[in-house]
Write a protein that binds this ligand. Structure first.
Ligand code: NDP
Length: 327
């Protein structure tokens, strides 16, 4: 028997989440069984713990879009018992039972061996949000980061915090956009050189072009924020668009793309092939300062998750939440 956070749906369509002790026979099909050590809380997990928003395919469901742990049994020659592994994406925690349990069974293709230099807890302090932040940095690098600060929006959140720390560690000036002024000291400690109030971007004129200010951008917010900042990018600069915490609409014009050659790069961590995920994890082990990582992390248990799921949807979670599934 093992513990899992099970989300159930009643006949009226109302969902509820509770920690239950269940048998291994309940695990879904897969070729590798993992003794999960840590998982994390991401925006999508908030959706999946609650009504699901179309993400959850079947109830009862175990959310948790990422986890790290130790292989217990494997039918795949790439993994053997005792191997440390990390999983992100592939709709685990949405369409397949995820990491909010002491055991998970998944396809071997979805796993990555834990890179040297990271333990399972650190890997989950990074988690899906951190992997996405690294993929976003790598996309900016591929297209060239221009002179001038790199803007990070939703900076006090999971993706934003890790992106800030990585960019600062690589020597870039980072302008961190936040709607929570009380997080300024935290963002400065991660390496931000400038704190920009959310309204400073959102309430700029709606002219399609403004002063050329930012040498690149990692945007976790979307919506009006993304539309406004496109017109503030330096000539030829790129925006890695990772999220939509502020809305899925994009009330922008084509002018920044035509007259400033701005690149809008969509970043998806979910369906990244094995080679890309491995490369990103190796870069994380190399380029993310571990002391900064510790400052971003709060710890939680399985029973804390129903509340944390609600908090993250309200934009109230700071940094990363690591879930110790065994405590
Ligand atoms: P968090 O909730 O940790 O961070 C989001 C941050 O956005 C908040 O902390 C807040 O930052 C800001 N924010 C929230 N609401 C608003 C709003 N209405 N207007 C403007 N800013 C707002 O989430 P994550 O960092 O985990 O994820 C961020 C986004 O990225 C989500 O949309 C998520 O779904 C997406 N994502 C995408 C991935 C991909 O593969 N593309 C992978 C992982 C996440 P502050 O208080 O500093 O302003």
């Amino acid at each position: 028997m093992f513990n899992a956070l099970i989300v159930e749906k009643d006949e009226e369509g109302k969902t509820s989440a509770s920690v239950q002790s269940i048998g291994e026979d309940r695990l879904p099909d897969g070729d590798v069984t993992v003794a999960v050590e840590y998982s994390t809380v991401n925006y999508k997990d908030g959706l999946c713990i609650g009504p699901g928003g179309g993400l959850v395919r079947n109830y009862p469901h175990v959310p948790g879009i990422d986890f790290a742990g130790t292989v217990e049994t494997s039918d795949d020659e790439r993994y053997k018992p005792g191997d440390k592994v990390v999983l992100t994406g592939w709709r685990v925690g949405e369409a397949h039972w995820g990491g909010y349990a002491q055991k998970a069974r998944v396809k071997a293709d979805w796993l990555v061996p834990l890179p040297d230099g990271l333990d399972t807890r650190q890997a989950m302090a990074v988690g899906t949000a951190g992997l996405t932040a690294m993929l976003a940095v790598m996309a900016l690098e591929d297209h060239g980061i221009k002179d001038g600060p790199v803007l990070v929006t939703g900076a006090a959140g999971g993706v934003g915090s890790v992106a800030t720390a990585i960019l600062a560690n690589l020597g870039h000036k980072v302008a961190a956009v936040t709607g929570r002024p009380e997080t300024a000291d935290y963002l400065t400690s991660l390496g931000a050189t400038q704190i920009v109030a959310r309204d400073e971007i959102n309430e700029t004129t709606k002219r399609p072009l403004e002063g050329e200010t930012w040498g690149g951008c990692i945007d976790a917010v979307g919506g009006d924020m993304l539309a406004r900042l496109l017109g503030q990018m330096k000539y030829g600069a790129s925006v890695s668009a990772v999220g939509l915490a502020g809305g899925a609409g994009l009330p922008a014009t084509v002018i920044p793309f035509i007259l400033r050659g701005v690149n809008l790069l969509g970043i998806d961590s979910v369906m990244q092939p094995y080679e890309n995920r491995l490369r990103a994890w190796q870069r994380i082990a190399k380029d993310l300062p571990m002391d900064k990582l510790e400052a971003m992390v709060q710890r939680a248990t399985l029973s804390d998750l129903p509340k944390l799921g609600k908090d993250i949807l309200k934009g109230q979670v700071k940094g990363r939440v690591v879930v110790d599934v065994n405590s």
